[in-house]
Design a protein around this ligand. Structure first.
Ligand SMILES: [Cu+2]
Length: 126
């Protein structure tokens, strides 16, 4: 008798569970979108900085790039070109480093421990 009740209750809840699942999925997507919106508030250009990321970015003179750390220990250091910057090391997920580019030309940069797969080039145009 009790078992039958449980099965009938589960059957009734099946539709409800499905609806909850759909709502959960929708909310998850919203959360990701919100994160991305926050991500883009600080400056004109936002780049994720973690293993396996490399960038070629062209920006206007005076614009700022912000790099946001993913997991791992990274730094971000210019290695050549017209501008110089050095973030120092951080292991903090979500750490950010920003640089405003004020010289026309190209600058290369790298993460020293991961130079083969974390690097970039910024080209500044007028
Ligand atoms: Cu790195």
């Amino acid at each position: 008798m009790k078992k039958i009740n449980i099965i009938s209750v589960l059957k009734k809840f099946k539709t409800l569970l499905f609806v909850v699942f759909i709502i959960f999925q929708a909310c998850s997507k919203d959360s990701i979108d919100d994160e991305n919106e926050n991500y883009n508030n600080d400056s004109e250009y936002n780049l994720l900085w973690q293993s396996g990321t490399s960038y070629e970015t062209t920006i206007q003179l005076g614009e700022t790039i912000t790099w946001t750390w993913g997991g791992g220990t990274h730094n971000l250091r210019s290695t050549g070109g017209v501008e110089t910057f050095d973030s120092g090391y951080s292991s903090t997920y979500g750490f950010t480093f920003s640089h405003t580019f004020t010289v026309v030309g190209t600058t290369t940069y790298v993460c020293d421990p991961h130079e083969s797969h974390m690097y970039g080039t910024v080209t500044v145009i007028e």
